[in-house]
Write a protein that binds this ligand. Structure first.
Ligand SMILES: *Cc1c(COP(=O)(O)O)cnc(C)c1O
Length: 393
């Protein structure tokens, strides 16, 4: 007994319901707790550790940069920040990047950009941002307002005004709101993560851009969770013919260090002027160097492997005892149990030596490292299948 759990419970703000494991060290897709118990990680720190724990390529890029410069502030130019922005723009077709430290902050930047654009191009009353029910956009007061789940709105009133929520995959319902509210932007997750691993229909996403031609609003695509190869494309919008006006990402981009990015398309590339937005740590050279090393590895061949593993997971979990439904794309997968709660299943799976997450709609959520070896993936799936089967009434 190290007393870590007790110390944490005594001194760390009680905002988290933690699993009863004190994690000590990891390598690749495996992690060990303080008692030496080994887990296969099918959550990757909520989709952050794209290449698992202590990945050599990422670590070398970060350490090399740490040995040169760890931080400069944004008063100066640095190489890794500029090069990462260049790669993100080259690979998406978006034009400029604002760097910050988290998904919520990236979304704040997107909302700021959309409000500036709408005021200038549509009119001062065009302030509404429409987001979707069951979405999740972050924990700041503004991104909580953006989050389309009532349970996130209750505790911290008043939230930032100007957000209304539409049902996913319902273009008619969206148009009703567009007629009622002068709208600056519609904000979506191509696959809703926290809200239940719900995949938006391609025709719906493409339909939103048709409506944008009529109503003039911008499309903001929150790829904080779906980005960086997670769904089997570099960004999830690439499964469609749509190029959003603004794309945000975070989680997996930094490979384990904090980073957020708000990518601005042609309509908003010059919306910000010096002083309009900022971040002390944003674009930190060590974090950007690690992100760049990871991004460079997310090539077509690697993404093919992500899709192959995804197909394998769907095949092994389909029509298995205790599993009511499967959802998701790439290595972002939701499993709905026939019986019992996702939380109790996650606990049982942890006892079996596998880390998983939960999501809305009573889902167990899998976000394994993108490079998880086949043997470990199968071993983890054995434990997961057994837990679901044992839950069957
Ligand atoms: C996690 C998440 C966020 C919030 O990111 P933080 O880094 O925790 O601020 C926003 N949007 C989506 C889709 C997310 O999954």
């Amino acid at each position: 007994m190290s007393g870590i759990k007790e110390l944490d419970q005594c001194y760390v703000a009680s905002t988290y319901g933690r699993f009863p494991a004190v994690l000590k060290e990891g390598k690749g897709s495996e992690v060990f707790d303080e008692d030496g118990k080994r887990y296969i990680d099918m959550g990757s720190g909520i989709g952050v550790n794209l290449f698992g724990y202590s990945d050599e390529v990422w670590k070398q890029a970060v350490v090399e940069q740490l040995n040169a410069l760890q931080h400069t502030s944004n008063l100066y130019y640095t190489g890794p920040c500029a090069k990462l922005a260049e790669q993100l723009c080259r690979r998406t077709g978006l034009k400029k990047v604002f760097f910050c430290n988290s998904g919520a902050e990236a979304n704040e930047c997107a909302i700021k950009a959309a409000r500036r654009y709408a005021e200038i191009n549509l009119g001062p009353e065009y302030t509404t941002i429409i987001t979707l029910n069951n979405s999740f956009h972050g924990r700041t007061l503004t991104t909580l307002a953006a989050t389309g789940q009532a349970k996130f709105h209750e505790l911290f009133q008043p939230l930032t005004p100007g957000f209304v929520h539409a049902d996913a995959n319902d273009l008619e319902g969206l148009e009703v709101l567009l007629k009622a509210y002068p709208t600056a932007a519609v904000m979506i997750e191509c696959v809703q993560g926290e809200g239940g691993v719900n995949v938006l229909e391609t025709s719906y996403i493409e339909g939103i851009t048709k409506l944008a031609e009529t109503y003039g609003f911008l499309l903001i695509d929150d790829e904080v969770q779906t980005g960086n190869g997670r769904t089997g494309k570099l960004f999830a919008y690439m499964h469609t013919d749509v190029v959003p006006d603004i794309v945000t990402t975070a989680k997996g981009l930094g490979g384990g260090l904090p980073i957020g990015a708000c990518m601005l398309g042609g309509k908003v590339q010059d919306i910000f002027h010096p002083g309009d937005n900022g971040s002390t740590f944003g674009g930190n050279p060590a974090v950007c160097a690690g992100a760049l090393a990871n991004l460079n590895r997310l090539d077509e061949a690697f993404l093919e492997e992500v899709n192959r593993k995804s197909a394998h997971i769907f095949e092994r979990l389909s029509n298995q005892p205790g599993i009511r439904s499967l959802s998701g794309k790439g290595l972002m997968i939701g499993i709905e149990p026939e019986q019992g709660t996702a939380a109790s299943l996650a606990q049982k799976i942890l006892e079996g030596g596998v880390l998983v997450l939960t999501a809305g709609g009573n889902k167990v959520r899998l976000l394994p490292p993108l490079n998880i070896p086949d043997e470990l993936l199968d071993e983890a799936l054995d434990v997961i299948l057994q837990a679901f089967a044992s839950q069957k009434g």
